[in-house]
Design a protein around this ligand. Structure first.
Ligand SMILES: [Zn+2]
Length: 463
């Protein structure tokens, strides 16, 4: 049912590129500068021109720096609201064609398209934020945080928020970025896009070719557990909403494995952008917004894993985890009290850690748990260590780029991870030992010689 809707509206890549070029032509326009104000005025002018209603400037001051958010809306049949955003300030020293002139260009052209239709189920609130790059004054997201503060009780009408970041690079792929951000109310815990929002977005954008990527077009399966293990320094204005309990997501055509080379650089100029890439990103944004207009909000489940396009929530992850320890426990039967005890410890530690962090823990241990009784020990060890090698590789590469700030796991949780790995590697029970001597066979105890005949003692031979 979404295909005709998707085809009904397209974003003009050339028009989006023209907006990005105009913003970048200002030169660097960081928060608080007079050029930043000119960028806000440009967006406000386009918002009025394309037919948005109640276009207004939301002026603010933080830390002695003046800023301006630009707002415009289209009414819905009820009070429920979808916030769609980009930001018009640039990083200091960067013209910001890609970050976030491309996003602002798509936002304006999306507003133009949406203004054509006369009725919609939910109100659309278009916002171009200032001070997204407020990190330069140690006040990141000053504009969006102020906006969410000012929403007050109206925040309960906001069903979801989408921010369009870093768009229009030829080498990019439209990607949604669910990033774990520190929860201001629970020290050490994080907030993240809820499962229902990811489910609705993926369902609503299914007709896209190529499909919308989640986290990364190539290593989504690695991105998802890593972002819940390592604290990533990347963020967008979605963070300001998630911090206050409003479901939000960021979309961009940069990702870890294909990252725009002129990010936050004086070379981030309009000639690096591509109209076709903007149209491609625009199509993804149209699909996301149409999904949000009819999305049915669910519980705020932060624990979900997308595999083969399927969003697996917390309950399913916990159930799968429970099932995965059964073969382990059964394999310890009849091997001895020591083995049974170790397997029980392993099951308990796994269960505790699974409860705390279902996504990375199920991702790392579920398959080895299931396969332990049947795999040869060499392959089992490979299966236990491979996820850690992969996650460590990505983590180190990200850390090398300065993108890692720490870990979401507490020291005692890392201790349990180490215990679980040790127990999974240890030759306790089950786990078919490696063949004969040679590869992988060193640590494995010699298998008992099988009886020469298949005949069991005391039983009559059967044909
Ligand atoms: Zn940005």
């Amino acid at each position: 049912m979404f295909l005709p809707l998707l085809l009904a509206m397209t974003i003009d890549g050339d028009a989006a590129l023209a907006h990005a070029s105009r913003l970048a032509a200002l030169g660097p326009h960081p928060w608080g500068s007079s050029l930043d104000n000119a960028a806000a005025q440009y967006v406000a002018g386009r918002f009025r021109e394309v037919g948005l209603q109640d276009v207004r400037l939301q002026a603010f001051e933080r830390g002695g720096h003046a800023g301006t958010n630009v707002l415009g809306s289209l009414p819905g049949t009820g009070a429920e609201t979808i916030v769609i955003a980009a930001h018009h300030d640039s990083a200091p020293g960067a013209p910001g064609a890609y970050d976030d002139g491309g996003g602002a260009g798509i936002l304006i052209e999306l507003a133009r398209g949406e203004a054509q239709s006369t009725s919609r189920p939910r109100r659309l609130l278009f916002v171009s934020f200032d001070a997204e790059e407020g990190w330069a004054h140690a006040l990141p997201l000053a504009g969006s945080r102020l906006f969410v503060d000012k929403l007050g009780l109206d925040a309960r009408h906001v069903v979801a928020m989408l921010t369009i970041e870093m768009s229009g690079w030829k080498g990019g792929t439209p990607t949604i970025h669910p990033i774990a951000y520190a929860d201001p109310l629970r020290p050490g815990a994080y907030v993240i896009t809820p499962a229902w929002l990811v489910r609705e977005i993926l369902a609503g954008t299914r007709p896209l070719v190529p499909p919308l990527a989640l986290g990364d077009p190539y290593i989504s399966w690695l991105y998802q557990p890593v972002v819940r293990t390592a604290q990533v320094r990347l963020y967008g204005d979605d963070q300001a909403f998630l911090e206050r309990g409003v479901p939000a997501i960021m979309a961009s055509d940069s990702s870890f494995s294909a990252f725009y080379p002129d990010y936050h650089s004086p070379k981030d100029t309009a000639d690096k952008l591509d109209a076709e890439a903007l149209a491609r990103m625009g199509a993804a944004v149209v699909g996301i917004v149409q999904a949000l207009e009819t999305a049915r909000p669910g519980p705020a489940d932060p624990d979900w894993l997308v595999l083969f396009g399927l969003v697996i929530g917390r309950t399913a992850l916990l159930l799968a985890g429970l099932v995965s320890i059964l073969p382990l426990l059964l394999s310890a039967r009849g091997v001895g009290a020591g083995a049974t005890l170790l397997r029980l410890v392993q099951a308990g530690a796994f269960g505790l850690l699974l409860w705390r962090a279902p996504v990375p823990v199920a991702w790392a241990f579920l398959l080895p748990n299931l396969m332990a009784p049947v795999l040869r020990r060499f392959w089992l060890r490979l299966m236990v260590l491979a996820p850690f090698a992969g996650a460590l590789g990505l983590g180190l590469a990200a850390w090398n780029r300065g993108l890692i700030a720490g870990t979401w796991f507490r020291p005692w949780e890392w201790a349990i991870v180490a215990l679980l790995v040790a127990l999974a590697l240890a030759p306790i029970s089950g786990g078919r030992p490696a063949t004969k001597a040679g590869r992988g066979g060193r640590a494995a105890p010699k298998p008992p010689k099988p009886p020469v005949t298949g005949r069991r003692r005391g039983l009559p031979k059967r044909k």
